[in-house]
Design a protein around this ligand. Structure first.
Ligand SMILES: Nc1ncnc2c1ncn2[C@@H]1O[C@H](COP(=O)(O)OP(=O)(O)OP(=O)(O)O)[C@@H](O)[C@H]1O
Ligand SMILES: [Mg+2]
Length: 355
């Protein structure tokens, strides 16, 4: 019997059926002869014999037709009707349907393979739909919070005889909420463009160490304010061929997290090394660290493990980082322990040393 690429049986009507039908026909022909001989021996009238043989062959034909019909029903009608019902439900948005396999493992045929693939497709479609719904509700939720702040404080600003310090306080709150909204929308747009492949990574040569130092310096205010110690260990003259703009989003997000999740007086270390033709960048902090559950989800959209910090940010930073690292063909991993700090390690290809 021929088998498909995954080892399943190729035919629901194997060649053995032909032999079975042939044998049945030969046996019935044999019975025909035996009945005839019996009737001859008994001396039955020819007209009776003819009627009996006609009745015999009508019965044989009816039985054979019913047998083939029931076999076709089991082999095709029932499973195809079930598949048709399931696809109809999926078309109407019900992704909970699953079609039961027809045979146990090891005895599958191509219809079982088709059913398995259909089930996988329905699961996949269901998770995409959930992601889409979650994404829309997450974005709406994240937009509502700063909007509520803006609404509240702007109505407070309307009050007469408002003391100057309160007016300033409300204005600062409104401005912070507007910045939060702006960051959220920028990140959502970036992520959506990256996911829809509208951004093709550019390929240019630049000094990776220089870029890391520039990004680090962008956080000077924060590290001075929080008295965080900086430990840079950046190899000189590392040239990378990649997308400068996209990589700067990566470093800024990793550094922003390191400074955000590190308490006053902590340390943030940034290192750059080359290994063969790879550049390895690590951003390490002595901050709050993460439990394994958070580590598992850090790259998910809108995931924020540490809810006490959730007021700062929307949980999109690392989702963007992961997408960019994937697009530029790199790898990212996290090492973290609660209370022990976190290290994000990014490996990029296309690195060389300037001569
Ligand atoms: N260096 C870190 N130390 C401890 N926890 C971290 C660190 N980096 C990320 N996390 C955890 O991972 C979550 C997701 O990080 P991500 O950067 O995606 O979101 P965010 O920083 O909360 O918001 P956004 O980046 O949108 O401003 C954080 O909320 C935090 O719980
Ligand atoms: Mg972040």
């Amino acid at each position: 019997m021929s088998r498909g690429s995954s080892g399943e049986k190729r035919s629901r009507f194997p060649l053995s059926i032909f032999w079975i039908v042939l044998s049945v026909l030969l046996i019935t022909a044999g019975v025909h002869v035996a009945i005839l001989l019996g009737m001859e021996k008994a001396g039955w009238a020819p007209i009776v014999q003819t009627h009996i043989m006609v009745l015999y062959w009508i019965s044989v034909s009816v039985l054979l037709t019913l047998l083939i019909r029931s076999r076709m029903k089991v082999a095709y009608d029932t499973p195809l009707q079930e598949i048709s019902e399931a696809t109809k439900k999926v078309a109407h948005g019900d992704f909970s349907v699953r079609i039961a396999p027809l045979h146990e493992e090891g005895k599958e045929d191509y219809l079982d393979t088709m059913i398995r693939d259909l089930n996988a497709m329905i699961t996949e479609l269901g998770s995409i739909e959930t992601l889409k719904t979650d994404f829309v509700s997450n974005v709406s939720h994240e937009i509502k919070t700063p909007l509520a702040v803006i609404q509240n404080y702007s109505s407070l600003l309307n009050a007469e005889n408002l003391p100057e310090h309160e007016r300033k306080e409300y204005a600062v709150a409104i401005s912070a909420a507007a910045i939060r909204l702006n960051t959220l929308i920028t990140n959502v747009l970036r992520l959506s463009r990256l996911e829809n492949q509208q951004i093709r990574p550019k390929s240019e040569q630049f000094d990776l160490g220089g870029q890391l130092t520039d990004c680090l310096l962008g956080f000077e205010n924060i590290w001075e304010e929080k008295e965080i110690e900086i430990e840079p260990d950046i190899e000189d003259d590392v040239i990378i061929t990649s997308d400068r703009e996209l990589l700067s989003i990566v470093w800024n997000n990793l550094l922003s997290n390191a400074f955000k999740f590190t308490e006053e007086g902590g340390t943030v270390s940034v290192s750059l090394r080359t290994e063969d033709k790879n550049a390895v960048v690590s951003v390490k902090d002595t901050g709050c660290g993460m439990p394994p559950e958070t580590v598992r989800h850090v790259f998910d959209k809108f995931y924020q493990g540490d809810t006490s910090h959730s007021i700062q940010g929307n949980g999109l930073g690392l989702a963007l980082v992961k997408r960019i690292v994937d697009i530029v063909g790199g790898e990212i991993r996290v090492e973290s322990e609660p209370g022990e700090g976190s290290t994000f390690i990014v490996k990029l290809t296309g690195a060389s040393k300037k001569n």
